[in-house]
Design a protein around this ligand. Sequence first.
Ligand code: PLP
Length: 383
Amino acid sequence: MSDFLPFALPDIGEEEIAEVLDSLRSGWLTTGPKTKRFEQEFAAFIGGNVEAVAVNSATAGLHLALEAIGIGPGDEVITTTHTFTSTAEVVRYLGADPVLVDIDPLTLNIDPAAVERAITPRTRAIIPVHFSGLSCDMDSIFALARKHGLKVVEDAAHALPATCHGKLIGSLNSDATVYSFYATKTITTGEGGMVVTASPEIAARCRTMRLHGISRDAFDRYTSKKPAWFYEVVAPGFKYNMTDIAASIGLHQIKKAWQFQARRQEMAQYYDKALERLPVLLPPKAPAGDTHAWHLYVLRLEPSAKVKRDHFIELMAERGIGCSVHFIPLHLHPYWRDRYALKPEDFPCAQEIYGRSVSLPLFTKMTEADQQKVIDAVRGILT
Ligand SMILES: *Cc1c(COP(=O)(O)O)cnc(C)c1O
């Protein structure tokens, strides 16, 4: 199966490899100078005077952000069913309840009207997820947040880089925005994440809580003039810090973020052209002038298509191509379904879209021949 085209592969250059070796040889492996530089360069990339706090996953980052805005037992946090379980599980970490709502079938993003219907006196925050790298309707989300006094934490795991009315996601008015550097995401550090916020208080709380609730990290203790052995524990924190080995990769990946986006966009446009006459619904586009990060390219098979989604994925695999499904909506997973007595009828759009969706391979290391192989396979199966 050596010519099997996987669903996703990271794009790691010699610069990343050399930087990792440099870290390994330097003796400084954990959070240190490279993590600090990665945070500074990430914040500069986003712009708008934000601070960036590096962590070991987006899941950790979402947990820290919700903790920093004060989510706790008895609170409700509204998010979409059309996401990865991370988005909701972090709410449970804090003893609060995620309230899942349906998506807008045109954008596949959280439906603001459904958010409004789900607001109760216990609602404290909204977590919009910029699905596949297309910005949510943030005007409506912010309007609801203002009207009801709610916090907003953006799950931007797919959205580096993406814009909303020309402004980069991460530089909007939310309390915090969280990115993922998992191996399949638009930039990677192997495992990793970043919390971005314009609030010095939220940034400071995330920094403390990512490392055991300790007031100074190891690098600070190593470089500061105060005695290195001294620190104070101010809260029962977590172990969520990023290593300098991971940051070594991130330092070079962030420099390539726009180049990667341009390549993904070019490939998405090529898929659109090649597949438009088939019995499929093409992915939604960003409004004119805005950037779609194109983390995912999700096709929806028309009911008239010759094969159903599950069979389609099997036939693609037989042709040596890996596909995926984003996402199995949370309301179908046993834990969420049973704990909150969720029914498919409560999420008609997400439920219907789940049955028809398939994500095609889209990654920057794909060659034109790889993409042609995917296109030929899709055409072969559907015509
Ligand atoms: C990947 C992903 C996450 C989790 O990212 P990790 O870095 O693996 O923790 C969260 N939300 C969404 C929407 C994702 O796709």
